[in-house]
Design a protein around this ligand. Structure first.
Ligand SMILES: [Fe+2]
Ligand SMILES: [Fe+2]
Length: 280
């Protein structure tokens, strides 16, 4: 079985890129189940009825969330009404919505999805480790396939969570920083992990927001309104191949569509003249 996780879809550029890319990719790679983090899908903050509908139409099965999920007013009603849209499980129990779910895949298998949020450099919420393990144990009674979205700031906290749920979860996937890390891996216990899967949105930006606005905020200390950037859009995700009967991950692949540029665009015209070498 193959499960694809797509990192934080950011605003209209992220939604458009997903719509153009996911249907064909899902078909070509024969993907059985798709989870998309949608916490930034509406103007860079939050999820709404229309952005969630658009992401489902693009081929997602479940949407996970994070600290921005409730930014727009209609998120509350949306999360109460649709069990396919999650928010972190370790938010207070009075908050509407749910943090986990078990979903049927086409061939009758079931996939459990658990959404947790971290505490390092974030709000002081219930312990994601204690709650995460208790919920994982409950979910594993229903299916051996468990995908965890751990929405957290600190690499240390996310790596610790991958160890904490090692051998229990099929995958522990970090979200929230919007910058992909290079550590996609599978443990001997059969748990795939990545510290941060990265954003699906415009990278000519500061984590999705127009660069000039964030520089004003950081350097001049201006009160600013964030606006979604446009350029250099990439989809970032994690493709997990697993044994459907045991829930153990077999293979993992970081998805970056397109790959990030590691050469200066157009440099071929100037390289040789500038340094006198003949390599291009
Ligand atoms: Fe995010
Ligand atoms: Fe976030």
């Amino acid at each position: 079985m193959k499960i694809l996780f797509v990192g934080d879809v950011f605003g209209k550029p992220g939604r458009r890129a997903l719509r153009e890319w996911l249907p064909a990719y899902r078909k070509r790679r024969k993907i059985d189940f798709v989870i998309v983090n949608a916490e930034n899908s509406a103007g860079g903050k939050g999820v709404t009825r229309s952005t969630s509908a658009e992401i489902f139409d693009s081929g997602a099965d479940v949407l996970s969330g994070g600290n921005h999920t409730f930014y727009h007013r209609d998120a509350t009603e949306l999360l109460i009404g649709d069990p396919r849209i999650l928010r972190p499980a370790n938010y207070p129990p009075e908050l509407p919505g749910r943090g986990d779910g078990v979903y049927e895949v086409a061939d009758g298998k079931k996939v459990a999805v658990l959404n947790l949020i971290g505490r390092a450099f974030m709000r002081p919420l219930d312990c994601p480790f204690r709650m995460g393990k208790a919920l994982a144990e409950r979910l594993l009674e229903e299916t051996p396939i468990l995908i965890v979205d751990f929405h957290a700031e600190a690499t240390s906290e996310k790596v610790a969570m991958a160890h904490w749920l090692d051998g229990m979860a099929t995958a522990v996937i970090g979200t929230h920083t919007h910058i992909p890390t290079a550590d996609a891996r599978v443990s001997a216990g059969g748990t795939a992990a990545i510290t941060d899967v990265g954003m699906s949105g415009p990278y000519d930006s500061v984590i999705g927001v127009k660069t000039a606005i964030i520089l004003d905020q950081l350097i001049v200390m201006k009160q600013v309104r964030h606006e979604t950037a446009k350029g250099d859009v990439h989809i970032c995700g994690l493709l997990v191949e697993l044994h459907a009967d045991t829930g153990r991950a077999i293979r993992v692949e970081a998805v970056r569509e397109p790959e990030f540029a590691t050469e200066r665009p157009g440099h071929a015209d100037e390289t040789d003249a500038a340094d006198g070498t003949d390599d291009d």
